[in-house]
Design a protein around this ligand. Structure first.
Ligand code: SF4
Length: 208
């Protein structure tokens, strides 16, 4: 169930740096906690509940991300747009703090986000949209199912070129990479696995 939400607090599963497998270059990563979309076969079902233990001040989350000194960030989840006011506030602080490349995964389509969350969308440089679809296999490293789209929103020429080249590499079959990270006593597998490999990865490791 969705709790009462404000722009002051955000539900966060994990903030981690560095990540090398979700977007171009070395980046900070933020995984929000809470998702009402609940796609069948989601590899991150542990992020669905808006549990109090994951609640933190937006300012605190921004400070932690900015403390890494990276100009790049990838946001996944959970569903970041299920807490739109806090997410928008976080994006404001991150952009003010110098993050210049923000890539976001959302289970909503671009059209829905454009209609309901334009303010936040305008602060994002690249969006991977649409819900995960079990059985819709993709070989491209940035998407979990082949209905998802990467939409480059940035107007910065160099950054657009970076994303275009990243997508071209993926289309040409550049390998899918996953990263294993240990944080707060848990092991995370970061990245977008091939659907057909998920059960093997889960039984061998832990959270994805
Ligand atoms: S939107 Fe993302 S986190 Fe939510 S159920 Fe779908 S894949 Fe999982």
């Amino acid at each position: 169930m969705k709790p009462s939400l404000s722009k002051t607090f955000i539900y966060v599963n994990l903030i981690y740096y560095p990540i090398n497998v979700l977007g171009p270059g070395e980046r900070a990563g933020l995984w929000t906690q809470g998702c009402t979309i609940r796609c069948p076969g989601c590899v991150a079902s542990y992020t669905w509940e808006f549990s109090g233990e994951y609640k933190m001040k937006v300012k605190e989350a921004a400070d932690k991300i900015l403390s890494f000194g990276s100009g790049r960030l990838t946001v996944s989840g959970g569903e970041p747009f299920d807490q739109p006011a806090a997410f928008n506030e976080l994006l404001i602080l991150l952009k003010k703090g110098g993050i210049e490349d923000i890539m976001v995964y959302s289970g909503y389509t671009y059209d829905i986000l454009r209609k309901n969350h334009s303010l936040a969308l305008d602060k994002i440089d690249a969006l991977v949209d649409s819900p995960f679809m079990e059985g819709a296999y993709s070989n491209e490293k940035w998407r979990g199912s082949n209905n998802q789209n990467m939409i480059i929103l940035s107007e910065k020429k160099q950054l657009r070129e970076k994303y275009i080249s990243y997508m071209a590499d993926a289309a040409a079959g550049a390998g899918r990479a996953l990263q294993v990270a240990s944080c707060g006593g848990k092991i995370y597998v970061i990245g977008i696995p091939d659907q057909r490999d998920v059960s093997g990865i889960k039984s061998g490791l832990g959270s994805i």
